[in-house]
Design a protein. Structure first.
Length: 236
Protein backbone atom coordinates (compact mmCIF):
# COMPACT_ATOMS: atom_id res chain seq x y z
CA UNK A 1 0.00 0.00 0.00
CA UNK A 2 1.42 3.39 -0.97
CA UNK A 3 2.30 5.73 1.85
CA UNK A 4 0.05 8.46 0.43
CA UNK A 5 -2.91 6.07 0.74
CA UNK A 6 -2.13 4.91 4.26
CA UNK A 7 -1.08 7.92 6.32
CA UNK A 8 -4.24 7.46 8.40
CA UNK A 9 -2.54 4.42 9.94
CA UNK A 10 0.10 6.64 11.56
CA UNK A 11 -1.77 9.92 12.00
CA UNK A 12 -3.51 10.33 15.34
CA UNK A 13 -3.90 12.94 18.06
CA UNK A 14 -3.93 10.15 20.64
CA UNK A 15 -0.53 10.13 22.43
CA UNK A 16 -1.02 6.40 23.11
CA UNK A 17 -1.34 5.52 19.43
CA UNK A 18 1.58 3.20 18.51
CA UNK A 19 2.88 5.60 15.85
CA UNK A 20 3.17 8.30 18.53
CA UNK A 21 4.37 6.01 21.31
CA UNK A 22 7.27 4.44 19.42
CA UNK A 23 9.10 7.75 18.77
CA UNK A 24 8.51 8.83 22.38
CA UNK A 25 9.82 5.54 23.78
CA UNK A 26 12.82 5.51 21.45
CA UNK A 27 13.81 8.97 22.66
CA UNK A 28 13.69 7.68 26.22
CA UNK A 29 15.71 4.58 25.31
CA UNK A 30 18.26 6.79 23.55
CA UNK A 31 18.87 8.77 26.74
CA UNK A 32 19.29 5.49 28.64
CA UNK A 33 22.00 4.43 26.18
CA UNK A 34 19.93 1.53 24.90
CA UNK A 35 19.57 2.55 21.23
CA UNK A 36 22.70 4.51 20.39
CA UNK A 37 23.97 4.81 16.82
CA UNK A 38 20.57 3.88 15.30
CA UNK A 39 20.76 0.38 16.85
CA UNK A 40 17.97 -1.26 18.84
CA UNK A 41 14.27 -0.55 18.63
CA UNK A 42 10.72 -1.40 19.61
CA UNK A 43 7.62 -2.86 17.99
CA UNK A 44 4.02 -2.61 19.17
CA UNK A 45 1.21 -4.97 18.15
CA UNK A 46 -2.24 -3.46 18.40
CA UNK A 47 -5.04 -5.77 17.37
CA UNK A 48 -4.35 -7.00 13.85
CA UNK A 49 -1.58 -4.49 13.13
CA UNK A 50 2.11 -4.30 14.02
CA UNK A 51 3.97 -0.97 14.13
CA UNK A 52 7.75 -1.07 13.64
CA UNK A 53 10.32 1.72 13.44
CA UNK A 54 12.68 1.86 10.45
CA UNK A 55 16.28 0.71 10.33
CA UNK A 56 19.17 3.15 10.13
CA UNK A 57 17.36 6.18 11.59
CA UNK A 58 18.60 8.08 14.64
CA UNK A 59 16.24 6.70 17.26
CA UNK A 60 15.84 10.02 19.10
CA UNK A 61 14.70 11.64 15.83
CA UNK A 62 12.08 9.13 14.69
CA UNK A 63 8.68 10.53 13.66
CA UNK A 64 5.27 8.83 13.35
CA UNK A 65 5.50 9.07 9.56
CA UNK A 66 8.61 6.84 9.67
CA UNK A 67 6.56 3.86 10.86
CA UNK A 68 6.13 0.63 8.96
CA UNK A 69 2.75 -1.05 9.51
CA UNK A 70 2.25 -4.78 8.94
CA UNK A 71 -0.82 -7.01 9.27
CA UNK A 72 -0.85 -9.60 12.03
CA UNK A 73 -0.81 -12.44 11.42
CA UNK A 74 0.94 -12.34 8.08
CA UNK A 75 -1.09 -13.84 5.19
CA UNK A 76 1.63 -16.39 4.44
CA UNK A 77 4.37 -17.06 7.02
CA UNK A 78 6.70 -18.49 4.37
CA UNK A 79 6.37 -15.70 1.81
CA UNK A 80 7.82 -12.20 1.75
CA UNK A 81 6.40 -9.94 4.44
CA UNK A 82 3.26 -8.01 3.57
CA UNK A 83 2.98 -4.34 4.55
CA UNK A 84 -0.06 -2.16 5.11
CA UNK A 85 2.15 0.91 5.03
CA UNK A 86 5.69 1.82 4.07
CA UNK A 87 7.02 5.33 4.80
CA UNK A 88 7.39 7.68 1.86
CA UNK A 89 11.06 8.21 2.68
CA UNK A 90 13.58 5.76 1.31
CA UNK A 91 13.70 3.76 4.54
CA UNK A 92 14.16 0.08 5.31
CA UNK A 93 12.17 -1.88 7.85
CA UNK A 94 13.97 -2.78 11.05
CA UNK A 95 16.30 -5.78 10.76
CA UNK A 96 14.74 -6.83 14.09
CA UNK A 97 11.39 -7.59 12.44
CA UNK A 98 11.78 -11.42 12.31
CA UNK A 99 12.91 -11.40 15.96
CA UNK A 100 9.94 -9.29 17.03
CA UNK A 101 7.71 -11.81 15.26
CA UNK A 102 9.10 -14.57 17.49
CA UNK A 103 7.73 -12.73 20.51
CA UNK A 104 4.34 -12.19 18.88
CA UNK A 105 3.95 -15.81 17.78
CA UNK A 106 5.53 -17.67 20.70
CA UNK A 107 4.49 -15.42 23.60
CA UNK A 108 1.45 -13.62 22.21
CA UNK A 109 3.35 -10.41 23.00
CA UNK A 110 1.86 -6.99 22.49
CA UNK A 111 5.29 -5.38 22.33
CA UNK A 112 8.93 -6.37 21.95
CA UNK A 113 11.94 -4.21 22.77
CA UNK A 114 15.51 -4.67 21.55
CA UNK A 115 18.35 -2.83 23.27
CA UNK A 116 22.10 -2.59 22.78
CA UNK A 117 22.56 -1.81 26.47
CA UNK A 118 26.16 -2.15 27.65
CA UNK A 119 24.87 -3.91 30.76
CA UNK A 120 23.31 -6.61 28.59
CA UNK A 121 26.43 -6.95 26.46
CA UNK A 122 28.70 -7.20 29.50
CA UNK A 123 26.41 -9.85 31.02
CA UNK A 124 26.93 -12.02 27.94
CA UNK A 125 30.71 -11.64 28.30
CA UNK A 126 30.93 -12.41 32.01
CA UNK A 127 28.57 -15.40 31.73
CA UNK A 128 30.37 -17.42 29.02
CA UNK A 129 27.86 -20.27 29.38
CA UNK A 130 24.40 -20.21 27.77
CA UNK A 131 22.57 -18.59 30.69
CA UNK A 132 22.63 -15.42 32.77
CA UNK A 133 21.66 -16.32 36.34
CA UNK A 134 21.08 -14.18 39.43
CA UNK A 135 19.12 -14.65 42.65
CA UNK A 136 18.05 -12.80 45.80
CA UNK A 137 17.65 -9.36 44.28
CA UNK A 138 14.58 -7.22 44.99
CA UNK A 139 14.19 -6.22 41.32
CA UNK A 140 13.63 -9.86 40.38
CA UNK A 141 10.09 -9.31 41.70
CA UNK A 142 9.47 -6.98 38.76
CA UNK A 143 10.04 -9.76 36.21
CA UNK A 144 7.11 -11.71 34.76
CA UNK A 145 7.95 -15.08 33.30
CA UNK A 146 7.02 -16.60 29.98
CA UNK A 147 3.53 -15.97 28.73
CA UNK A 148 1.85 -16.53 32.11
CA UNK A 149 2.41 -13.10 33.61
CA UNK A 150 3.41 -14.71 36.91
CA UNK A 151 5.87 -12.57 38.84
CA UNK A 152 9.08 -14.02 40.20
CA UNK A 153 9.87 -13.67 43.90
CA UNK A 154 12.92 -12.43 45.79
CA UNK A 155 13.84 -16.08 46.46
CA UNK A 156 13.67 -17.14 42.81
CA UNK A 157 16.66 -17.46 40.50
CA UNK A 158 16.30 -15.43 37.33
CA UNK A 159 17.52 -17.29 34.24
CA UNK A 160 17.90 -15.56 30.87
CA UNK A 161 19.17 -17.64 27.92
CA UNK A 162 22.13 -16.39 25.87
CA UNK A 163 22.38 -17.06 22.12
CA UNK A 164 25.36 -16.41 19.85
CA UNK A 165 25.39 -13.36 17.60
CA UNK A 166 25.36 -13.51 13.80
CA UNK A 167 26.69 -11.00 11.24
CA UNK A 168 23.15 -10.33 9.99
CA UNK A 169 20.53 -9.68 12.65
CA UNK A 170 17.68 -11.40 10.84
CA UNK A 171 19.70 -14.64 10.99
CA UNK A 172 19.14 -14.69 14.77
CA UNK A 173 15.48 -15.61 14.26
CA UNK A 174 15.94 -19.38 14.42
CA UNK A 175 18.29 -19.48 17.43
CA UNK A 176 16.08 -17.02 19.32
CA UNK A 177 13.07 -19.21 18.49
CA UNK A 178 14.89 -22.28 19.80
CA UNK A 179 15.87 -20.49 23.03
CA UNK A 180 12.30 -19.32 23.63
CA UNK A 181 11.01 -22.88 23.18
CA UNK A 182 13.73 -24.33 25.44
CA UNK A 183 13.16 -21.66 28.12
CA UNK A 184 9.38 -21.13 28.18
CA UNK A 185 9.64 -19.12 31.42
CA UNK A 186 12.34 -16.76 30.14
CA UNK A 187 11.58 -13.04 30.32
CA UNK A 188 13.91 -12.24 27.43
CA UNK A 189 16.78 -13.52 25.30
CA UNK A 190 20.32 -12.15 25.47
CA UNK A 191 22.49 -12.05 22.34
CA UNK A 192 26.21 -12.41 22.98
CA UNK A 193 28.21 -9.23 22.26
CA UNK A 194 25.03 -7.61 20.95
CA UNK A 195 22.16 -6.90 23.37
CA UNK A 196 18.81 -8.28 24.50
CA UNK A 197 15.25 -8.88 23.29
CA UNK A 198 12.46 -8.47 25.87
CA UNK A 199 8.69 -8.71 25.44
CA UNK A 200 5.46 -8.11 27.30
CA UNK A 201 1.73 -8.40 26.81
CA UNK A 202 1.65 -4.65 26.07
CA UNK A 203 4.18 -1.83 25.74
CA UNK A 204 3.99 -0.85 29.42
CA UNK A 205 4.84 -4.37 30.57
CA UNK A 206 7.57 -4.76 27.95
CA UNK A 207 9.12 -1.45 29.04
CA UNK A 208 8.94 -2.33 32.75
CA UNK A 209 10.37 -5.78 32.07
CA UNK A 210 13.26 -4.33 30.08
CA UNK A 211 14.04 -1.84 32.85
CA UNK A 212 14.04 -4.56 35.52
CA UNK A 213 16.23 -6.88 33.47
CA UNK A 214 18.68 -4.11 32.61
CA UNK A 215 18.99 -3.25 36.31
CA UNK A 216 19.67 -6.92 37.11
CA UNK A 217 22.24 -7.22 34.30
CA UNK A 218 24.03 -4.15 35.69
CA UNK A 219 23.97 -5.42 39.28
CA UNK A 220 25.05 -8.90 38.18
CA UNK A 221 27.99 -7.52 36.20
CA UNK A 222 29.12 -5.35 39.12
CA UNK A 223 28.84 -8.32 41.51
CA UNK A 224 30.88 -10.53 39.17
CA UNK A 225 33.59 -7.89 38.80
CA UNK A 226 33.67 -7.43 42.59
CA UNK A 227 34.08 -11.17 43.11
CA UNK A 228 30.66 -11.58 44.73
CA UNK A 229 28.44 -14.62 44.05
CA UNK A 230 25.33 -13.83 42.00
CA UNK A 231 23.56 -16.97 43.21
CA UNK A 232 22.92 -17.64 46.91
CA UNK A 233 22.12 -21.12 48.20
CA UNK A 234 20.14 -19.73 51.12
CA UNK A 235 19.04 -16.42 52.63
CA UNK A 236 19.72 -14.86 55.07
Amino acid sequence: MASSDSDALVTSSDPLHPANLIPELCRGFYHLGWVTGTGGGISIRQGDKVYIAPSGVQKERIHPTHMFVLPYPQPSPHADRVFLRRPAQNLKESACTPLFWNAFELRDAGSCIHTHSQHAVMATLLWPEKEFRISHQEMIKGVRIGGTGRALSFLDTLVVPIIENTPNEEDLRESMHEAMVKYPDAAGVLVRRHGVYVWGSDWEKAKAQTECLDYLFEVGVKMKLAGLPTILESYP
